[in-house]
Ligand binder design. Sequence first.
Ligand SMILES: [Zn+2]
Ligand SMILES: [Zn+2]
Length: 347
Amino acid sequence: MYEYLGNLHMHSTYSDGSLDIEDIAARAAQAGLDFIIITDHYTLKGLYEKKEGYQQGVLVMIGMEANVSQNHYICLDISQEVKNNDEYPQEVIDGVNRQDGIGIIAHPFEKGSPVFGDGIKYQWTDWQVQDFQGIEVWNFTSQWKEHVSSIIKGLFLLIYPHAALTGPCPLALQKLDQYQGQGKKIIAVGGSDAHGFKMKAGILWVTVSPYETAFRCINVHVLCPTPLSGQVADDKYKIYHAIRQGQLWIAYDYFINSYGFRFFVEGEGKRWQMGDSLPFSSKLTGWVFTPKPALVKLLRNGIEVESSRGRQHVFYDLEPGVYRVEVYHRHLLGYRPWIFSNAIWIE
Ligand SMILES: [Zn+2]
Ligand SMILES: [Zn+2]
């Protein structure tokens, strides 16, 4: 498998971001990303103005984020804008599905900050909806805002945003596990939601979570069966295909890059990757490889069933269920959340 590092949620000057797509691509290149997906609010202008393609070695793809005051929905792999419908988000979901796109519920349990952005929060309110493809379980900007509980804390987090990054949203993970437990193939993603907000602090303008910082924090790594070719249409297809299949993990790569992480199940000479489902048989083994020694928790149907420390982790005799792994690496004060896999279904 070929591994590519990217970020799939961010805003440019086509909506409320502070940089244009060319500048964002330059920051992504500096951060070592292979691809980015621009998801401006309510618009595919970037696509219509032919901004997709390779820029500074980064594959730039364009989707959008629908809805205004609630029920934000990331729409990927579409060619026409999807109309907002804050009240009935099922309409938005259906609009993406009609184009065979990929739709992801964005930051569903955002809490907002009492001192930043007037306490506004953008939550998902309608869980009766069906046929969406994914849930964004870790959103850098939402989590950053949530931790800005006072001006002093905000100033501290401007300098050291890592103090806010405590792991994926527990409620979003719970929703994910709940849907997956019902047999629904919902994928988990994480994103920067980078805007490069400009804010006035006294006489100075400061940038809140600049793109270059955000691109070093909550990203996704996708696995493709064949390498990217440099042909834009082909490579777009490969990346979107991997996302659609759930062949990806979410990583907080700032301190240790998770490049080389793998999670798969083996049995009877076959191997299944994240996003795959396989029929139950005896002697199925789960394998996890971490690029540095780490604590790996294996979850079955959302509940931790085993854990392992080291670089190579083996879990024998897996029973039927939905499996995903959470990986934590050690630091001075304990363990830091690092890698959150997509699921493998043993049916
Ligand atoms: Zn949003
Ligand atoms: Zn956004």
